[in-house]
Ligand binder design. Structure first.
Ligand SMILES: C[S@@+](CC[C@H](N)C(=O)[O-])C[C@H]1O[C@@H](n2cnc3c(N)ncnc32)[C@H](O)[C@@H]1O
Length: 266
């Protein structure tokens, strides 16, 4: 019988291959990345100059969506899958600023995020934050692990921001969304962002090809119809499916090639 070997965390972090969480951090102006992440990130920016705007627009969307959910929608629990490296305006900071007793579970499968997870665990005394290292492809496992931080009998905001694009098979991505949304009660919400080739984004397609040959994990874009299918059976919150830059944003916000939407489970 072979003995199970525990691989130390630092041995699991590959500093020779660009990783999405760290490159995303670079595009957001963060410092938690390696030379290989900066090199690949800058090559992508050379091909697809608006990628930095996409990353910033996605984070700004997160802020507006979470403020709406913790405020007007009265949601007290957040399951943020594909969290990314900590940055300004993490989900718990935004939610607890509005409702200090908000409870947040973060999930990511990149070991670099685990290293920095302490920064995600600075909950208000009234609320709670938890970090789980897990793969979005195992939603049942995630659902088992979120309790007791989250009470799945009460509404939850399930957040998959820039994450389903790393699940290349659309049926599998659909299964993830359905499994998560089936497990939460009426009044819960789904919050999504996803890259697309349909909203402009000069150079996006070539940059994704370059990414898939040089970095990890591989990525895919989806059409509006595919994005809308993730929200089937849910009630879209105004303004519906738009570029995430335009979701409840100031008039005149410049569109980026990333869909964003919030929808409520009836
Ligand atoms: C583009 S970043 C988005 C980060 C954050 N949600 C945001 O919107 O700023 C995608 C994140 O998803 C994570 N991720 C990718 N595939 C994943 C998977 N199969 N399971 C869990 N996390 C995943 C990456 O490690 C990365 O941190």
């Amino acid at each position: 019988m072979t003995e199970a070997r525990i691989i130390p965390l630092n041995d699991r972090i590959r500093s020779d291959v660009a990783h999405n969480a760290r490159v995303w951090n670079h595009w957001l102006g963060g410092k938690d990345n390696y030379p290989v992440d900066r090199a690949v990130g800058d090559r992508v920016t050379g091909m697809y100059p608006s990628i930095g705007e996409v990353a910033r627009a996605d984070r700004a969307f997160l802020g507006r969506a979470v403020r709406y959910l913790a405020g007007d929608a009265g949601i007290g629990q957040f399951l943020d899958i594909g969290t990314g490296l900590p940055t300004a305006g993490n989900t718990h900071e935004v939610a607890q600023h509005t409702a200090p007793d908000s409870r947040i579970v973060y999930v990511d499968n990149d070991p670099a995020v685990l290293v920095h997870a302490r920064a995600l665990l600075t909950s208000s005394p009234e609320g709670a934050t938890e970090y789980i290292e897990a793969d979005a492809r195992h939603p049942e496992r995630i659902l088992r692990a979120v309790e007791p931080t989250l009470d799945l009998k009460k509404p939850v905001a399930v957040m998959l921001l820039g994450t389903l694009n790393f699940v290349l098979d659309t049926d599998e991505a659909q299964h993830i969304v359905r499994t998560l949304m089936d497990a939460v009660p009426s009044g819960s919400h789904l919050v999504l962002t996803h890259p697309t080739l349909e909203l402009g984004g000069e150079g996006n397609e070539a940059a994704m090809r370059f990414w898939n040959e040089n970095a990890t994990p591989p990525i895919t874009a989806r059409s509006r119809a595919e994005f809308a299918a993730f929200l089937t059976g849910l009630e879209l919150v105004e303004p519906g499916i738009v570029s995430c830059a335009r979701w409840r944003a100031e008039p005149g916000a410049v569109e980026v090639a990333q869909f964003g939407a919030v929808a409520r489970k009836r």
